[in-house]
Design a protein around this ligand. Structure first.
Ligand SMILES: N[C@@H](CCC(=O)N[C@@H](CS)C(=O)NCC(=O)O)C(=O)O
Length: 239
């Protein structure tokens, strides 16, 4: 379908009218960001899962970095979760960013910050030694100190309205359901605003339903498979 603007210009509406496809992995927090935003905006989409331990040729062909998520819009591919969030914001109704450019810029920056947090979280999952794990826990404690200072009265990052920063941070907190059961990390201790935000996020239906019902077992299996310091703590807890 083409929308004619004048004699020689038109916008091709085909891609935006086709059902979106999200190329996913069952544990990926960056995928969850996109799922949450799509759900909040009531956008129908198909989810296609890829085995990242044995990436199929079709996936390697369309994923420049060999990573998920990918959003397929017709034949076009959008990669990088933060860019996918931006694209959804620009093309779908139900705004998840404020209108003010400065507020938007600051929210984009906090989404970037959540990616730095996810990187430390990954460091905890795969840390080979207790020292490496403790270093990542310390880095996370400091970063969440920053988040505590930034948060207001809630319930969401920017106050009364759920937004993209919430979608970006929610998958971070999901890890803490596992971490809390494994070791006394104290990363989120003495941070009442972070604690309240976490509770609100984990109760949000778009967040709860962004993963399969057995996500926790799958994550625990993954941690065990890494055979690192966290896996050893997990085993000693179970013994
Ligand atoms: N910066 C990327 C990170 C995505 C990412 O790290 N995805 C992981 C899974 S959670 C992945 O696909 N890893 C496969 C690999 O690195 O080989 C984004 O925000 O989309």
């Amino acid at each position: 379908m083409q929308l004619h603007l004048n004699e020689c210009n038109y916008i091709d509406l085909e891609p935006v009218m086709r059902k979106l496809q999200l190329i996913s992995h069952d544990l990926c927090p960056y995928v969850q960001r996109a799922v949450i935003a799509l759900t909040e905006k009531n956008v129908p989409f198909d989810r296609i899962y890829v085995d990242l331990a044995a990436k199929p040729a079709w996936f390697l062909e369309i994923s420049p970095l060999g990573k998920v998520p990918l959003l397929k819009v017709g034949d076009a591919v959008v990669f990088e979760s933060a860019v996918i969030l931006e694209y959804l914001e620009e093309t779908q109704s139900g705004p998840l960013y404020p209108a003010d450019p400065l507020l938007r810029a600051r929210q984009r920056a906090w989404i970037e910050f959540s990616s730095a947090i996810l990187s430390d979280v990954w460091g905890i999952e795969v840390a080979p030694t207790r020292e490496a794990l403790d270093a990542k826990a310390k880095a996370l404690t400091d970063k969440f100190g920053r988040v505590e200072s930034e948060l207001g009265q809630g319930p969401w990052f920017a106050g009364a309205t759920f937004g993209l920063v919430d979608a970006a941070f929610a998958p971070v907190f999901r890890y803490f359901e596992s971490f809390d059961a494994i070791f006394d990390h104290r990363i989120l201790s003495d941070k009442p605003r972070v604690a309240a935000w976490r509770t609100a996020l984990m109760a949000r239906p778009s967040v709860r339903n962004a993963v399969a019902a057995d996500y926790r077992e799958r994550l625990d299996r993954f941690v065990r498979s890494q055979d690192g310091a966290l896996a050893r703590l997990m085993l000693s807890k179970a013994a």
